[in-house]
Write a protein that binds this ligand. Sequence first.
Ligand code: DGY
Length: 319
Amino acid sequence: VTRPGLPGKMLSELSRSASVVVHEQDAPPSVDALAELAADADICLGVNGDPFNDELFARCPSLRLVAIASAGYDSIDVEAAERRGVAVTNAPGVLDEATADLAFGLLLAARRRIVEANRYVQAGEWNSTSLSLFVGRDVHSTQIGIVGYGAIGKAVARRAAGFGMQVVHHSRTRESDELSTWVPLEELLAGSDVVSLHVPLTPETRGMIGAEQLRSMKPTATLVNTARGAVVDEAALVTALREGWIGSAGIDVQAVEPNPDTSNPLLHLDNCVVLPHIGSATEAARAAMVDLAASNALACLTGAPLLTPVGGKEEPVTS
Ligand code: DGY
């Protein structure tokens, strides 16, 4: 188990059937640390960002399963795992609503300038009743464009409908439903007041929102990213926010995580709300993610079918 203190009830269940060794630090382990931890392990229970790559698999020859307590599995070299006979499971379906809630929180915070205004009050600067104080942009009656229409994208669509937004989406399957109309990406970007990203990180989606796409958006638009940082070209996003190609952004994810670098320009823009990848960070969702990973580990131990094998789904979901 690559992190200490993981929630849920299934880990203690697991420790009744297996000898469980836990990495001591609550931070992403290096390949060396992970290889040491998992040197004789049959199963590794990890989280997003742990370096499950070919070198690691080569150094852990008894490994049979990587059970990751995340929906996204872009930090796992699935091809290398398959080649070396290591099964992979993820934890889809248990964090969709929590992540959609946070996407909406970011959307509201960015458009209504909630974080900026909170900082102002906390700093004791609220000494005027001016009508121009923290004037933001509407959420209701605007158009949201959802990029990636899996379980999380759909959960965002349901919330948007409740806010009286018009909903369009772009996905590989060109299907519309009762909540949202499929449109080409170019049309979505040019016509939406809010663009919310819900695609997994794959070679196709890496950098899919770059300078050209940001320039094509409305100057008043808000970009929300609760997917993966590398889906967006961060340097282009900084320029877009500084130069007014778009109005604001709400970002839960970055290309490199964790990122304690305070010189990161994204942290110094009033029109950008930045969070430390907490889309699924509710007590219930996090416990369910770990429980699902531990249940996959138990299934592997008892020879039962894995509950959520990677590759068993048409489209991986990510938050
Ligand atoms: C996920 O499950 O993919 C979330 O981003 C948390 O890692």
